[in-house]
Design a protein around this ligand. Structure first.
Ligand code: ADP
Ligand code: MG
Length: 345
């Protein structure tokens, strides 16, 4: 996946979790006086970014075992889904583009199917076939502004509607040479969901899995309702625009500040509008809250492309989905279900 490479992603996540870190520390301190569950947090690099797992469990050993199982699950998924690993399942699908269908695991198939659902929901704003255009821009590596001719030539290979899935045979076929699947805009949310399943099964009563800005929570911190998470200011490093307590929910942010370069006063960032194949211009950041990380992550990227009006309309239509959208002028829009839940600094 494109996203699995860029380490610059780790900083927003750190900011997002600042509040959580403070709370976790106090949770640990309270434990020695009462028979409260323990809270343990560990951080490792996976999928090209900092991954933090926090577990609430009856004792330290149980929390650590759950955390290890969570990291193991993320590593396992990376082996299936990363397009930076030549032997991954998705790399196999991409290498066979224009040639033949490739058999994949149920999980890879599920993620690609759910990505196509997100593409339909966001009218193509979210597009897992946009990888060749992402590469043409190489926002972090080359800082190259492609010409219109270069972008035109990519049109036929970014067509997500042509991706062929056979659920019975469990195969994926990319019908044109040069096509590629890039789950960079949804894969970390999916990994957070799967890791939370594993933490629960391992006996954790609560916890947080955070892959950079893609965060999924379950249960509660001892003595609290849920887990507090901050939404960062897209233009002021270290500033939080609002805080929310999440309970059995996921949160994900797509922002134009994560990976970008500037030329002649114009910001070129890593989220592309699949119609123009240029950086999407309507938002500075989109934060989505949903039950599943897969939905929150897929929608944040898709809504970033759709823009504040169409994006908020979609959010209001979908059950159990909320959003905070900061538009290109810096104006903040909050969905109706969040208005009583956000705390402002
Ligand atoms: P991250 O948290 O990695 O910034 P986002 O959810 O913001 O992830 O998605 C950005 C990544 O998704 C890009 O780096 C690229 O790999 C991919 N991408 C860019 N534009 C789109 C798009 N319109 N649809 C789907 N994926 C995209
Ligand atoms: Mg996303």
């Amino acid at each position: 996946m494109q996203l699995f490479r860029w380490c610059a992603e780790s900083r927003p996540a750190f900011l997002l979790l600042l509040l959580l870190t403070l709370t976790v520390a106090s949770g640990c301190a309270g434990r020695s006086m009462q028979q409260e569950p323990v809270v343990v947090k560990r951080t490792q690099m996976h999928m090209g970014t900092l991954v933090s797992i926090t577990a609430v469990a009856a004792d330290k050993q149980a929390a650590q075992t759950a955390i290890e199982a969570g990291f193991y699950e993320i590593k396992r998924l990376e082996q299936l889904l990363s397009t930076w690993i030549p032997g991954s399942e998705l790399s196999g699908v991409n290498q066979a583009a224009g040639k033949h269908a490739v058999g994949v695991s149920g999980e890879t198939l599920e993620l690609v199917q759910r990505s196509l659902d997100m593409a339909r929901l966001t009218e193509g704003g979210f597009n897992i076939a946009v990888g060749p255009a992402v590469e043409a821009w190489s926002v972090t590596e080359r800082q190259h502004i492609p010409t219109q001719t270069e972008l035109q030539q990519l049109r036929s290979v970014v067509d997500w509607k042509s991706i062929q899935i056979d659920p019975e045979a469990r195969t994926i076929f990319l019908p044109r040479q040069g096509m590629r699947i890039d789950v960079g805009g949804i894969g970390k949310g999916y990994a957070a969901d799967r890791a939370v399943d594993v933490l629960r099964k391992a006996g954790a009563t609560g916890g947080v899995v955070a892959l950079s800005g893609d965060i999924k929570t379950f249960g509660d911190l001892p003595g609290m309702k849920g887990f507090p998470v901050g939404i960062r200011h897209p233009r002021q490093d270290g500033v939080v625009v609002a805080t929310i307590d999440l309970q059995d929910e996921a949160i994900s942010t797509a922002g134009d500040y994560e990976r970008y370069f500037e030329q002649d006063g114009i910001r070129y960032h890593h989220i592309l509008d699949p119609v123009s194949l240029e950086p999407a211009r309507l938002c500075q950041s989109v934060t989505v809250i949903a039950r599943e990380g897969t939905v929150a992550d897929g929608l944040d990227t898709g809504i970033f492309v759709l823009g504040p009006e169409r994006g908020m309309e979609l959010v209001e239509r979908l059950p159990d989905v909320e959003a905070v959208i900061i538009d290109v002028q810096g104006r903040m829009m909050v969905s109706s279900g969040l208005r009583d839940r956000l705390r402002y600094p």
